[in-house]
Design a protein around this ligand. Structure first.
Ligand SMILES: C[S@@+](CC[C@H](N)C(=O)[O-])C[C@H]1O[C@@H](n2cnc3c(N)ncnc32)[C@H](O)[C@@H]1O
Length: 428
């Protein structure tokens, strides 16, 4: 593809994303490229990179375009990003050549808007903080309450692209063997900072097509997520309930820690998500996991299992604010109502799941959110209503050293992981 054609494809992709405001951008992008099979993999990556870079600057670009009396269409967003990113105004206008596969020429008002952006950069002192940090207005005070003087540093780090983290599957080999196998595929990886099984891959590499991944020796998993699984301390022989197991990221890590001995019940209300785990479990060589679809009214099922699990992991559905660096479009979709509904849901799931824990057993409550309402406040409310539970320090030293007041808060800026929260609760 010519640079102009890539420019045009990025504009079309951004318009498609804007036309489906409730759909995740990566799902829109999958459909977009599926219907344009003539776009090869290198071009696809370049077009996505350009669109994702615009999404990471969306509020600031819109602010600039509106200030320059324009409309934030895909054409204006892409061209404004180029001009504010330092490309020469005339060169950017020339991209709109109207040639085959190139964008149509700029209208005179579009060219005028763009001209007003000349000699500026994306930042401007008059930008409100929520615009500068690319977050919805309603959430900024919550982030400020959470991070205080560190708000700028913490929230800005949520705008940088996430690294690629792997977990070595000890059922298949050691960390050194995994590093060697990856090196043989031309992929350089170094040990993670916190997880004993973590690897961080340098640069963006196609790990999933390689032998190390296909053979189940490595799995893609953010290091923060590995720490959450580790906090459940699932030893061989125990009975573990993974109550919001989804597609099994933490189930897999726990099965590995249990050396395939004992039993994990991976429960979720979503059949498609549970199905998503099946191939991953097989590839990883895991065979101590049983899946269970939670359905309303299965009281008998629950009654039989009351107080029978040594460990319960509640990886609750949440706002996903901790994963914003992976999904820059998600921040724009999140509403205040989403948050209040999730807080109610999380409290009910935690209460529900806690019934399965035996006396002396440990429950880990976790989210991939950085908001106190979904995290420590949720734990405090639960403890106030359940006197037979107590907050305890994480047992594993890797997690204990990360804990503050007995709870672990991970963030991209402070730990280089996704944002995660986890707390261990023991039944007395
Ligand atoms: C954060 S995701 C889980 C991710 C998964 N543990 C992993 O590590 O890959 C939250 C999960 O909670 C599930 N969920 C939503 N409502 C639920 C409920 N009432 N009970 C149990 N699971 C629920 C969702 O289907 C989703 O799979």
């Amino acid at each position: 593809m010519t640079p102009n054609a890539r420019f045009e494809a990025a504009i079309a992709l951004l318009d498609a994303i804007a036309a489906a405001p409730r759909k995740p951008a990566d799902a829109v992008a999958n459909d977009f490229f599926r219907s344009r099979r003539y776009i090869g993999s290198g071009d696809r990556r370049a077009v996505s990179d350009q669109a994702w870079s615009v999404m990471r600057q969306h509020r600031r670009l819109t602010w600039w375009i509106e200030r320059a009396q324009g409309q934030a269409s895909g054409r204006m967003l892409v061209s404004a990003a180029a001009v504010l990113g330092g490309q020469i105004y005339g060169d950017v206008c020339a991209m709109f050549s109207g040639g085959k596969y190139a964008p149509q020429p700029l209208e005179s008002d579009e060219a005028e808007t763009l001209r007003r952006l000349k000699d500026h950069t994306i930042e401007h002192p008059a930008m409100p903080p929520a615009v500068r940090l690319e977050v919805p207005d309603w959430i900024y005070p919550l982030l400020e309450a959470r991070f205080g003087a560190e708000t700028d540093r913490e929230v800005a780090a949520m705008l940088t692209p996430a690294p690629l983290d792997l977990r070595v599957n000890m059922l298949k080999g050691t960390r050194q063997q995994a590093m060697d196998a990856l090196a043989a595929e031309g992929i350089a990886a170094k040990s993670g900072r916190f997880s004993p099984w973590g690897l961080r891959v340098e640069g963006r590499r196609p790990v999933v097509t390689g032998e190390a991944f296909q053979s189940g020796l490595v799995e893609i998993q953010d290091e923060g997520s590995q720490i959450v699984a580790l906090m459940a301390e699932p030893q061989p022989g125990l009975r573990v309930l993974d109550y919001c197991a989804g597609a099994g990221g933490k189930t897999l890590a726990m099965a590995m820690m249990m050396e395939n001995k004992g039993h994990i019940l991976a429960a979720d209300t979503s059949a498609p998500r549970l199905d998503g785990a099946v191939r991953r479990l097989r590839r990883a060589g895991v065979h101590n996991v049983e899946q269970h679809l939670l359905v309303p009214g299965d009281g008998k099922w629950a009654k039989r299992r009351r107080e029978t699990y040594d460990r319960v992991l509640v990886d609750a559905p949440c706002t996903g604010t901790g994963t914003w660096r992976r999904n820059p479009d998600a921040r724009g979709r999140l509403t205040e109502q989403d948050l209040s509904e999730l807080v109610v849901k999380q409290a009910s799931i935690l209460q529900e799941a806690s019934r399965f824990l035996r006396k002396g057993g440990r429950l880990v409550y976790a989210t991939c959110s950085v908001l106190p309402a979904e995290n420590e406040e949720q734990v405090q409310r639960f403890l106030a209503a359940n006197e037979d539970f107590a907050l305890v320090d994480p047992g594993r030293p890797e997690a204990a050293k990360l804990a503050r007041n007995g709870m672990v808060h991970l963030t991209p800026a402070s730990h280089g992981t996704d944002g995660f929260f986890a707390a261990v609760l023991e039944r007395k």
